[in-house]
Design a protein around this ligand. Structure first.
Ligand code: GTP
Ligand code: MG
Length: 203
């Protein structure tokens, strides 16, 4: 997919700041430092649209981007970063939970898991929550450039097992570094973006 325009819209620290348009939206969620912002940049072929950082926990707000004037991407704050104070974690989750449960235009979530590490309890919790709110998710294993081809099958099965998935096949290896998996990911995203909105949303 060739993206012709990608623009930053808003960095929302509260639900009242979420964009109010009707464009179908995809959210990117995962642990701090897993590569959410880098993946968004790679998908839209912009090096510095979403801010990336070697310091985990940098993105604390929901950052919205408009793609080709007709889709939105939402970069969610990363979880599982120990150095963040409990009060900050609670306000983070309150915002993300509300976003995932109630965002009307949201069509699906890309759940990023670092291919080099097993998914964590937080990752399991996110999967469970997405199932509860009936939000389709696509799990991608990031930083695939760091995992040798020979280790791929075992990595994928193990991640599926830890996340409680029956079928490991849909887990997609991606790399913001090499561009691996981008064509497949775009294909899946476009399918999701064409789906009708859910009816339960309130935001
Ligand atoms: P937070 O906003 O803090 O939650 O992090 P994030 O998930 O947005 O991660 P970000 O994209 O900022 O990337 C974190 C670090 O991982 C940076 O140092 C990136 O350069 C590195 N990184 C991201 N994607 C890849 C990848 O595909 N391969 C490799 N080798 N490194 C990557
Ligand atoms: Mg980020």
């Amino acid at each position: 997919m060739r993206v012709t325009s990608a623009e930053f819209l808003v960095s929302a620290g509260q639900a009242e700041q979420f964009p109010r348009g009707q464009e179908p939206e995809i959210a990117f969620s995962g642990r701090s430092n897993v590569g959410k912002s880098s993946l968004i940049n790679r998908l839209v072929n912009r090096r510095r649209l979403a801010h990336t950082s070697g310091t985990p926990g940098r993105t604390r707000t929901v950052n919205f981007y408009r793609i080709d004037g007709r889709y939105l991407f939402a970069d969610l704050p990363g979880y599982g970063f120990a150095k963040v104070a409990r009060s900050v974690k609670e306000s983070w989750w309150a915002l993300v939970e509300r976003y995932l449960a109630e965002r009307k235009t949201l069509r699906g979530v890309v759940h990023l898991v670092d291919a080099r590490h097993e998914p964590t309890v937080d990752d399991r919790d996110l999967q469970e929550f997405l199932r509860e709110v009936a939000l389709p998710s696509l799990i991608v294993l990031t930083k695939a450039d760091k995992v040798g081809r020979g280790a791929r099958a075992a990595t994928r099965s193990r991640a599926a097992e830890v996340l409680g998935l029956v079928d490991p096949d849909p887990l997609l290896f991606v790399s913001a570094e090499t561009g691996e998996g981008m064509a497949e990911l775009w294909k899946a995203l476009l399918e999701r973006l064409r789906m009708p909105p859910r009816v339960a949303g309130q935001l």
